[in-house]
Design a protein around this ligand. Structure first.
Ligand SMILES: NC(=O)c1ccc[n+]([C@@H]2O[C@H](COP(=O)([O-])OP(=O)(O)OC[C@H]3O[C@@H](n4cnc5c(N)ncnc54)[C@H](OP(=O)(O)O)[C@@H]3O)[C@@H](O)[C@H]2O)c1
Length: 302
């Protein structure tokens, strides 16, 4: 059954594949964007896709754009420029949206240690704000989709390890297991959640394609091309302390503050990065990848 779905940040790394998967599933999609021209240049033309130019600081602008939509998905870069999702959440409530996906799509913001990382303050705030709203508005609800680090994005950007360059910054001994998911699976999960609204209501939902370690990704790459890697080792506790200090500086260096803190959330011990014990894969019909499938993904980034 086609549903009216609005995607804020539709032109971004997560927004584009989500829009495309929603359209494939037959939904009617509205892309919210600060610029209609930029948006139409980045998204394919489709009879079920429309664009709404919005002002993210204006509840009235966002409410008008969300009117008539059952689902609103925030695929916004909340870790840095956008910050608060309050305006969008207020607009979703005012417009009668029934399910809001906050800009999560990453590590477990329900994990105590992860919640305390300053880099996730906006995400943690959004969940608290949503809990308050759903308590006051019974027809409104949220789903926070936790996916772990993106596998394809993380390999392309060299965030996890860098197969193309054969380099990696290894945290501790590189053997910490963590969940990882491709953008394609993230998008399929969003569509599947829309088919399972009751089971996914007002909670964190966990998916992954696989649990890997940094060492495993390197070993799998070696089985494809046999090349040697240049590895730099860091102590996660030292890296975390230094990154916390840098992050608090007024003009903090992103590579010394934000990025290592994001690394710590995935590769540091105790941040809940391995979702194995709380997976929703079965509910959402997501099959885990075996080593052969992981190799296929890695091979795309060599
Ligand atoms: N798990 C992972 O490995 C991983 C990796 C990356 C991101 N994420 C998560 O995915 C979510 C979306 O992040 P993303 O990287 O996809 O976002 P992004 O690509 O940086 O930005 C998405 C869109 O947000 C819109 N936007 C609105 N206000 C903006 C502003 N002030 N500055 C910049 N863009 C603005 C832009 O669209 P318009 O110009 O059309 O308005 C932009 O294309 C976040 O929750 C993030 O934490 C997770």
């Amino acid at each position: 059954m086609p549903t009216q779905v609005a995607v804020a940040g539709a032109t971004g790394a997560v927004g584009i594949p989500i829009v495309s998967e929603l359209l494939k599933a037959g939904h009617l999609v509205t892309a919210l964007s600060r610029s209609r021209n930029n948006c139409s240049a980045k998204l394919p033309e489709h009879p079920h896709l429309s664009i709404a130019e919005v002002d993210y600081d204006s509840v009235a602008s966002l409410t008008a754009a969300l009117h008539g939509h059952a689902i609103a998905i925030a695929a916004l870069p909340v870790t840095t420029p956008v910050g608060s999702q309050d305006t969008l959440i207020d607009a979703a409530v005012a417009a009668g949206v029934i399910r809001f996906f906050p800009a999560e799509f990453g590590t477990d913001t329900n994990n105590d240690k992860c919640m305390k990382l300053p880099v996730f303050a906006n995400k943690v705030h959004a969940i608290a704000y949503l809990k308050d709203k759903v308590a006051k508005h019974p027809n409104f609800s949220y789903t926070a989709l936790c996916t772990g680090s993106f596998l394809d994005w993380g390999l392309a950007a060299g965030f996890l390890v860098h197969p193309k360059m054969h380099t990696a910054t290894i945290y501790d001994d590189g053997n910490l297991p963590f969940s990882t998911t491709t953008l394609s699976t993230v998008s399929k999960a969003v569509v599947s959640i829309i088919d399972h609204l009751e089971e996914t209501k007002n909670r964190h939902v966990y998916i992954h394609d696989a649990v890997v370690t940094q060492n495993k990704l390197i070993e799998l790459t070696k089985t494809i091309d046999g090349k040697d890697w240049q590895l730099t080792y860091v102590d996660s506790a030292v890296a975390s302390a230094e990154a916390h200090l840098e992050f608090l500086k007024p003009n903090a260096d992103i590579t010394k503050g934000l990025m290592p803190l994001l690394h710590i959330s995935v590769l540091g011990k105790g941040y809940g990065g391995d979702f194995t014990s709380r997976l929703d894969n079965e509910l959402l019909s997501i099959e885990e990848m075996d080593d052969e499938k992981l190799r296929e993904v890695i091979a795309r980034f060599l």
